[in-house]
Design a protein around this ligand. Structure first.
Ligand code: MN
Length: 444
């Protein structure tokens, strides 16, 4: 259709390039919003979150795809679903093609609370295929409720061999020395002397409001659900619950949404389940459907937990260790239903919660299988990442790895060393100091 074409050169080209760059800068500027609740912890993180919002808007303006990876739990979904909705709206604003959002944005759940090699390799492989086959740009990778720990670094490194920028918004105990050289932006409350109480969902609701202006009150219930899911002990939880109440959500219903999200995440496995999850959370979903779906899903989840605990509880072994803490052990491989909800991590967590309720703190619970152990503790000063390092030093042939938060996490080892490692683990836990202030935050 073009009969004649002249290329700009020299100063004219420079001028056009500058104007384009200036207008992209202008349009990448995030929406000017204030935090939903007045909380210094969130205020401190605001400039960091604005930087991530700016980068994401710019990525959309440049027609570069975004791959969003998130922990497949309640908080991870409260983080990723609002950001997904905001990015879809912004993509619709910018791109005339109604299908653009399908090519430019993918939300992908990760089973582990860190970026696994399997996921990273798949992400890289799909990105390179999309580039080769459809001429797409290599994506930007957005890690939510995932990405901050030393365990994430092999995956980050895999990705970093290619031109794929990585942005991280997470609240797992971070290892900035290992992670920061590999990622473009790393937002984590621990980097500001805060902790996991600031959940990823709380941060990402603010991020979503910065990405798409005019979100209104449609996300007002989400931070409370995120906090409930990750057992946030923040004082500001009462403000978030109040905000949710004003949006028509009673606290009991928020708990049900949290359970329903967890239940759906289990059955969806590697599928994002976009429309289903949008309905359950009622973010870009159908509010009436949510009212029908959530109580049903929550009841199913509760029934399945009961069934699991009926089988497991008679097999829980108990001892009082030298520090005075109550220690409970359960073999989740042999005394729990397998391949069904709840998985070993949550099964251990549910047993732990019951024991805390029965016995009061301090309580330590270990759920173990042939080559793994899930650890939960309340009121005990533990440092799981450090324990892993010590076990590795003491037992070079046990292949101990893992970590997580300080007082809750999971470790892996080779199955032939199970008895040795479990005994050593119990000994270390028995020595751990009692501290009423320390609580299990995350269950999985
Ligand atoms: Mn979380």
């Amino acid at each position: 259709e073009i009969a004649d074409l002249d290329a700009f050169g020299g100063a004219a080209a420079e001028h056009v390039r500058d104007r384009l760059a200036a207008s992209v800068d202008e349009r990448a500027e995030p929406a000017d919003v204030d935090p939903l609740v007045d909380w210094p912890a969130i205020r401190e993180l605001y400039p960091d979150l604005r930087e991530v919002a700016r980068r994401l808007r710019r990525t959309v303006l440049e027609s570069r795809p975004i791959r969003m990876r998130h922990h497949a739990d309640g908080d991870g979904m409260c983080a990723s679903v609002p950001v997904q909705l905001a990015l879809e709206r912004f993509i619709d604003d910018i791109h005339a093609d109604a299908e653009a959002k399908r090519h430019l944005l993918k939300r992908l759940p990760s089973k582990a609370p860190y970026y696994e090699m399997e996921d990273a390799t798949r992400d890289l492989n799909f990105s390179l295929e999309d580039q080769a086959r459809h001429g797409q740009k290599l994506p930007l990778l957005l890690m939510l409720d995932n990405g901050s720990t030393e365990e994430d670094t092999p995956a980050h490194e895999t990705i970093s061999h290619y031109d794929i920028p990585i942005l991280v918004v997470d609240h797992h105990h971070p290892d900035p020395e290992a992670v920061d050289p590999l990622v473009d932006h790393h937002v984590n409350p621990y980097l500001y002397g805060e902790d996991y109480r600031v959940t990823t969902g709380m941060m990402c609701v603010e991020l979503a409001r910065m990405i798409a202006p005019g979100m209104g009150d449609e996300l007002d219930h989400v931070p409370a659900i995120a906090g409930i899911s990750d057992r946030s002990k923040a004082e500001v939880m009462s403000d978030y619950l109040q905000l949710a109440r004003e949006a028509g959500y009673e606290e009991a219903f928020l708990h049900d949404v949290s359970e329903a999200l967890d239940y759906e995440a289990f059955w969806l496995r590697y599928d994002a389940g976009r429309d289903l999850v949008n309905d359950v959370l009622n973010v870009g979903g159908d509010p009436e459907r949510q009212r029908e779906l959530v109580p049903w899903l929550a009841a199913r989840a509760e029934r399945d937990v009961e069934r699991q605990l009926d089988a497991a509880e008679p097999h829980v072994e108990h001892e009082t260790v030298s520090s005075g803490a109550q220690l409970y052990r359960i073999d989740v491989e042999n005394y729990a239903h397998r391949f069904t909800y709840p998985a070993p991590g949550k099964t251990t967590g549910e047993i732990h919660d019951r024991k805390v309720e029965e016995a009061g703190e301090p309580v330590i619970t270990i759920g173990y299988g042939p080559d793994f152990a899930v650890l939960r503790s309340d009121g005990v000063r533990m440092d799981i990442p450090n324990m892993v390092a010590e076990l590795n030093e003491a037992f070079p042939g046990a292949g101990v790895s893992g970590g997580g938060h300080l007082v809750v996490g999971s470790i892996r080892f080779v199955s032939g060393m199970r008895e040795t490692i479990l005994d050593a683990l119990v000994e270390k836990m028995a020595d751990a100091e009692i501290d009423e202030e320390l609580h299990s935050s995350l269950t999985r």
